[in-house]
Design a protein around this ligand. Structure first.
Ligand code: ADP
Ligand code: ADP
Length: 222
């Protein structure tokens, strides 16, 4: 099965009496282990599509299959469960919890999944090693560079070896050398862990490395 299979997905926003069609019949297949970008102009629907794929928003029409299962009609609790167990998220602004250490930020998704303490410690140490942050576990995010913060976010997204990682402009705030390293790290860890990536970006430093590039225009994928 593809990891994601969208068929004719429609999403509207209501503003007062007006309705905006942000997605107007999106067809998308994201294959297992794909490292895929979505590009397109501002307002073309990239963020809306990520929110749909990440189960943060629900579709108004069409269908969404995740790893072969039709999840179009699942309730909120079931969506939360899928997000926690099978998805990771990476953002432009890292979205780390500032009062928590690197270790605690990365451990958090495992706490939500009730992973036992000894296993949590082992998994966090292992992923911090893989992103090159051994020795940084007790730091707070404000004691790290931008590239290091994004590596913490990558570790947090991948610590449970999810089916899918959704990333929104993950290199937008990074200088070129750092961006290149971050992209290579995401891609190599994704392939190692069997995690697919779906990345909204208009950064050519990113799309160059992607296996697949989807182009959005006016609420559809071209
Ligand atoms: P915007 O406010 O539209 O995001 P930027 O200042 O970020 O504009 O755009 C910088 C350059 O990148 C411009 O040449 C613009 O055409 C191009 N660009 C902006 N957004 C995208 C996008 N989503 N996909 C492809 N190219 C883009
Ligand atoms: P992109 O990420 O490519 O810039 P978006 O998905 O943010 O595109 O937006 C697609 C369209 O939906 C735009 O016309 C935008 O104004 C509209 N839109 C996005 N989010 C909302 C919202 N929360 N409420 C109303 N309209 C929205």
């Amino acid at each position: 099965h593809p990891v994601i299979e969208l068929n004719q997905v429609v999403k509207h926003y209501r503003i007062g009496d007006n309705q905006i069609s942000a997605l107007r019949g999106v067809d998308l297949q994201l294959q297992a282990r794909d490292f895929a970008a979505i590009r397109g102009p501002s307002g073309s629907g990239k963020s809306t599509l990520l929110n749909i794929c990440g189960l943060i928003d629900r579709i108004d029409g069409g269908s969404y299959r995740l790893a072969g299962e039709d999840i179009s009609e699942l309730d909120e609790a079931a969506c939360t469960e899928i997000r926690r167990k099978r998805m990771g998220f990476i953002f432009q602004n890292y979205n780390l919890v500032p009062v928590m250490s690197v270790f605690d930020n990365v451990e958090y998704p495992l706490l939500l999944n009730n992973v036992p303490k000894a296993e949590r410690r082992a998994l966090v140490s292992d992923i911090l090693d893989k992103v090159g942050l051994t020795g940084f576990a007790e730091r707070k995010p404000d004691q790290l560079s931008g590239g290091q913060r994004q590596r913490v976010a990558i570790a947090r997204a991948l610590v449970k070896a999810p089916l899918l990682v959704i990333a929104d402009e993950p290199t937008a705030n990074l200088d070129t050398d750092t961006a290149e390293h971050i992209v290579e790290l995401m891609k190599s860890l994704g392939h190692r862990l069997g995690t697919s990536f779906l990345i909204a970006t208009h950064d050519d430093r990113m799309t160059r490395h992607c296996d697949t590039v989807f182009s959005m225009q006016d609420g559809v994928i071209e």
